[in-house]
Design a protein around this ligand. Structure first.
Ligand SMILES: [Zn+2]
Length: 376
């Protein structure tokens, strides 16, 4: 991770680079900021810069042997600690999850604790840095440095540390081994014991500025200027939130397209196209969550079309492309078929939830829609 890959935060980047160039690397630092501002990204880029064998004035080189290992987070002098949920005897310490962690972080360094826990299948469990981890930290600090001047320990969300672990970490910070750099990356400083905080140099990471986020969204996600400004405003400095808005928008547009398709096939009594549609609805990229999301959406848009048809416009909630579609389609959703249509979608959702094979559920749904859609 190079500084250039991080959204905004130019002042912080410069501050970190200057401290390294002037040889003022404080042995324990606390990167504090809200979710989605790029704290972990900055910590990794900073660590990479410290270890880089050919540092530039503004960034690590990206090509030396150290940087190449950092790109995959496999540098032997880089250690990472993060919360997780214990799982019997297979997951006791962070290292047991290291392959998953490396893959997840290198794919996208902007993520929330919830997303990480979901990724390791521990969605509802308590995220913790366990007592055992402090022994691991100690053990790793006793290793000789392999390749770089510093051993670097990045601790993501130290506020999730169990108290035994926190106390041991405090002892280490009180008598830090030479050439060791601790970077604590935190969102809730009030949950870290104050004795640890007082041993660290705190660096507050601000929200990403709206105009910076908006330009980034335009460049990296090919989003129009107007939309990117809107998303950046709602995301309020949090890139994780911006990503989730983009994803939700894409999903609802996709749902809309699929709804348009199946209604068109139903109207034309096109059984073959309906069969193909049902297969697409159950392709490998369509998990159960996406199928349910479609069926929820279908109920919403059907209801909206009905409301439009009976002309209670003040109750209508449609966005532009839905509005265009519904002005032609709404007349097909009326008092005679609204209940049946809504039931078809709701029943299909129940079937999907109960693991009935998706291909049959969606094909059957399409056939049922044919019986109702021309009931004018
Ligand atoms: Zn380098």
């Amino acid at each position: 991770m190079q500084f250039s890959q991080i959204i905004g935060q130019e002042i912080i980047k410069q501050q970190l680079i200057t401290s390294v160039r002037e040889g003022r690397i404080s042995h324990a630092q606390l990167f504090l900021g809200q979710e989605g501002v790029g704290k972990l990204a900055l910590a990794i880029a900073y660590a990479q810069y410290v270890s880089c064998l050919n540092k530039g004035e503004h960034d690590s080189c990206g090509t030396c042997s150290s940087c190449i290992k950092y790109e995959k987070l496999i540098h032997p002098d880089l250690h990472m600690v993060f919360p997780f949920a214990k799982d019997g005897k297979t997951k006791e310490i962070c290292d047991d999850l290291l392959p998953e962690w490396r893959e997840f972080v290198t794919k996208n360094v902007y993520f929330s604790l919830e997303q990480w826990m979901d990724n390791i299948g521990a969605g509802n469990k308590q995220a913790t840095i366990y007592a055992n981890e402090s022994n691991e930290i100690l053990r790793k600090l006793q290793l000789t440095t392999y390749e770089s001047a510093y051993k670097i320990m990045i601790i993501w969300l130290p506020e999730k540390m169990n108290i035994t672990c926190a106390n041991k970490l405090l002892k280490i910070l009180e008598e830090p081994p030479t050439k060791t750099l601790f970077i604590l990356v935190s969102e809730q400083v009030e949950k870290i014991i104050s004795t640890i905080i007082s041993r660290t140099q705190m660096i507050k990471i601000p929200l990403i500025e709206t105009h910076t986020m908006s330009s980034y969204l335009q460049a990296k996600h090919s989003i129009s200027k107007e939309n990117s400004i809107n998303i950046a405003r709602i995301a309020n400095g949090n890139y994780i939130k911006a990503l989730s808005i983009i994803k939700a928008t894409e999903e609802s547009q996709l749902n809309f397209t699929r709804y348009q398709e199946i209604m068109r096939y139903a109207y034309k009594n096109d059984v073959l196209a309906t069969k193909k549609w049902a297969e697409e609805m159950t392709s490998s990229s369509m998990g159960r969550e996406k199928q349910k999301s479609f069926l929820d959406y279908a109920q919403h848009i059907t209801r909206e079309c009905f409301i439009k048809n009976i002309e209670i416009n003040e109750l209508n909630y449609l966005i532009d492309y839905e509005e265009n579609f519904s002005s032609g389609f709404a007349r097909f959703v009326n008092e005679k078929n609204i209940q049946a249509l809504m039931d078809f979608f709701a029943d299909a959702a129940t079937d999907i939830e109960q693991n009935v094979q998706g291909k049959f559920v969606f094909f059957d749904l399409g056939l049922k829609l044919m019986t109702q859609i021309k009931q004018n």
